[in-house]
Design a protein around this ligand. Structure first.
Ligand SMILES: Nc1ncnc2c1ncn2[C@@H]1O[C@H](COP(=O)(O)OP(=O)(O)O)[C@@H](O)[C@H]1O
Ligand SMILES: [Mg+2]
Length: 242
């Protein structure tokens, strides 16, 4: 079953078409990784799915419902949550208050504010600290926590490891098994190809707003992904001549 269906999606920043005709299905329970160079349109796609950036064309259907212009907070209510690039916490709210906001607009389920403090126990001593006083790792844990307490059916993780030390990144990714257990569908953008190949079921590679490679992780090689990432087509000349 498809949790998410994207058809002919176009998303612009002013005159710039950042997403150019994307078609994509995301299956229930899978971990889909999106890779691609800076500026490929990954974040714009994620934001369009979450409803924080309006699509100019095409459709997004989530659990059978076409989302149209449905605002982001209503999408959260349906079970579609984004952990945005750069975290975007409420800086003057405490960790606990940031989490409570997520819980209030989301659904009731496995994840509660207390469960987040159990999973990210580094946040416990920071519970009443304002978000703008947190370390990068603490901020990221809070941002992920804020999305999870809404009990999403599908969570979008946009470069959650950006700027964090390897040990902290491990900690952030340590929630993936729990997401699998709770049958949460995951779409993640990640620059670390090694990690992508380790955690994902399927990979898509974007280049200049389009999908240029798509496949099950087990069927793709690192070289294939890197070629797609940089827009290199080793067989293009051969292909053109036949
Ligand atoms: N807020 C914005 N205003 C104008 N252009 C933007 C904005 N955000 C992104 N872009 C442009 O849209 C394209 C895609 O950006 P983005 O979706 O952030 O790519 P990625 O996440 O893959 O690095 C880039 O050319 C980028 O410069
Ligand atoms: Mg981005």
């Amino acid at each position: 079953m498809n949790k998410l269906e994207i058809r002919d999606l176009e998303v612009c920043h002013g005159l710039l078409k950042a997403v150019r005709g994307i078609n994509l299905n995301v299956q229930a329970g899978e971990v889909l990784a999106i890779v691609g160079a800076n500026g490929a349109g990954k974040s714009t796609l994620m934001r369009a799915i979450a409803g924080s950036h309006r699509a100019s064309q095409g459709s997004i259907t989530f659990m059978g419902q076409t989302l149209g212009d449905l605002p982001a907070h209503k999408r959260v209510g349906l079970g579609l949550c984004l952990v945005p690039e750069g975290r975007r916490l409420f800086p003057k709210l405490t960790v606990q208050e940031n989490l409570t906001v997520g819980a209030q607009i989301g659904r009731i389920g496995y994840w509660t504010v207390e469960k987040i403090f159990e999973v990210f126990d580094n946040l416990v001593k920071r519970r009443h600290a304002n978000a703008d006083t947190l370390s990068g790792g603490e901020q990221q844990a809070t941002a992920i926590g804020r999305a999870l307490v809404a009990n999403p059916e599908l969570v979008l993780l946009d470069e959650v490891s950006l700027g964090l030390s390897p040990a902290i990144v491990d900690r952030v990714y340590s929630i993936l098994p729990q997401l699998r257990e709770t049958e949460t569908t995951v779409v993640l953008v990640e620059q670390d190809l090694g990690r992508v190949m380790k955690v994902s079921d399927r990979i898509i590679c974007m280049l200049e707003g389009r999908i240029v490679l798509e496949g099950a992780t087990k069927d793709l090689t690192r070289d294939q992904i890197i070629e797609a990432y940089f827009g290199l087509k080793p067989n293009a000349v051969e292909g053109a001549e036949t």
